[in-house]
Each structure stands twice: as structure tokens, then as C-alpha cells.
Design a protein around this ligand. Structure first.
Ligand code: DC
Length: 220
């Protein structure tokens, strides 16, 4: 069974997807990490976020893999090199929406994401999972929350890493990513027609995990 979890930045997709997958003993695929890995390597190789052909080639040739991590969060590898931390910097976050808007980059990533879907029960999170990557997913959930709440969650996450960002600046950054992700030509962020929309603004992580697990149980 494929569970597609889409939604905007900071809606809690990766936390929820990982916890649901853990609870069920299923595989978790973080597709945002794949676009982040392409962005990191592009930055290291001096390839601009606007350089379509070079990015497409990089994406096609880049080997991305995942391994289970210590606290359940998967470790991410580009070739043999671990990039788990390096793909979460502000520098990568600031460029990934532009890189992921390129059709060739998306084509290369979507092909690999679909291969993971052949592996049995999987929870996949991203922006276009229920609409483009797995339009026939048995369960589709669109997780969202207010910009203010999403900014607050991201700030707390960054604070844990020693990075302090004001609420207003974070709201601006989140709104800018929403805008890029929702208005790009290829596979824009949007809820699939048959997705269940969950607004998590007023919900705790446990409540969201329970609700998603209930939805999956009902399908099983
Ligand atoms: O979920 P995240 O913040 O790690 O995603 C990083 C970026 O990657 C996000 O701004 C948009 C892009 N993305 C995408 O275009 N399609 C996906 N399936 C997943 C992520």
C-alpha cells in the first residue's frame, strides 16, 4: 500500500510520515531530501539554481540512498557520502524550491521515487506525491497548518540546532517557499482531488499521527 503525504513546508510531513511508518513497520521515503541532495551537490559544484541542463544532468547521475538513522530519522547518502545534516542548512533550504522546479530534475527524481513504490508498504512525503508520483496511492493526505504555526515549528526546529531566526523572517521565508512550490509550472504543490486535508494548526503531533493511522486502518 502507498500512503502519500503532501503539504507545504513546515506542516509536519516528515515527522508525521516517519512516525506513522515506524508504527506500522513500513518504509518511509522523504522525497524532499532527494531534491535537497541535488541542491547541495549543485551548490558544491558551482552550478546555479537556474542552470537547467547542468542541473538535469547532475540529478540524473546522482545516486541518492537512505539508511535507517539512530532516532528513526533516515540517514541520507549522495553516492557513498553521508549528507543527512548538510542538506538541512539554510543555504540549501533557500535554493531547493528553485532547483526542484526544473522539469528534468523532477523527472529524474520521480523515476526513482516510483521504483521505491514497488517495494511494498511505503509512506511517501513530498509536494506532488498524490498528484503526480503516485496518483493511484490508496491513501492521500494533504497536511497543512497556518503560516504562523508552520513558521513557529520551523523556528523551534532550528533553535534546537543553535540557529535563531525571528518569527516574522521565518514567516516570510515560508510564504516565499509556498509561493514558489505552489506556482511552478511542473507538478505544483496542491492537494489531490481525492486527498483528505488535515489542518494541523491546533493539533499535537500525537493527534495527527493517530488520525493518519486511523485513516490508513480504515483503508486496510
Ligand atoms: O519537504 P522539504 O522541505 O524537505 O522539501 C524541500 C523542497 O523540495 C521543497 O521546497 C519543494 C521540493 N519538493 C518538491 O518539489 N517535490 C517533492 N515531492 C518534495 C519536495
Amino acid at each position: 500500500m502507498i500512503v502519500a503525504i503532501d503539504g507545504p513546508a513546515g506542516a509536519g510531513k516528515s515527522t508525521i510520515s516517519r512516525m506513522v511508518a515506524d508504527r506500522l513497520g513500513w518504509t518511509y521515503l522523504d522525497t524532499g531530501a532527494m531534491y535537497r541532495a541535488v541542491t547541495l551537490l549543485a551548490q558544491e559544484q558551482g552550478i546555479s539554481s537556474a542552470a537547467g541542463e547542468d542541473l538535469d544532468q547532475l540529478a540524473r547521475n546522482l545516486e541518492i540512498s537512505f539508511q535507517p538513522g539512530p532516532a528513526g530519522a533516515p540517514r541520507v547518502f549522495a553516492g557513498c557520502r553521508e549528507v543527512t545534516e548538510a542538506i538541512r542548512t539554510q543555504e540549501v533550504t533557500g535554493a531547493v524550491s528553485e532547483v526542484s522546479a526544473h522539469a528534468g530534475v523532477r523527472e529524474a527524481m520521480v523515476e526513482r521515487q516510483r521504483l521505491c513504490g514497488n517495494d511494498g508498504n511505503v509512506v511517501v512525503d513530498g509536494r506532488d506525491i498524490g498528484t503526480v508520483v503516485f496518483p493511484r496511492a490508496e491513501v492521500k493526505i494533504f497536511l497543512t497548518a497556518s503560516v504562523g504555526e508552520r513558521a513557529r515549528r520551523r523556528r523551534l526546529e532550528l533553535e534546537g540546532k543553535g540557529i535563531e531566526i525571528g518569527q516574522e523572517q521565518m514567516e516570510r521565508e515560508i510564504a516565499a517557499r509556498d509561493d514558489l512550490d505552489s506556482n511552478r509550472e511542473v507538478a505544483p504543490l496542491k492537494a489531490a482531488d481525492d486527498a483528505i486535508v488535515l489542518d494541523t494548526t491546533e493539533m499535537s503531533i500525537e493527534q495527527v499521527v493517530d488520525r493518519v493511522a486511523e485513516i490508513i486502518d480504515a483503508k486496510i
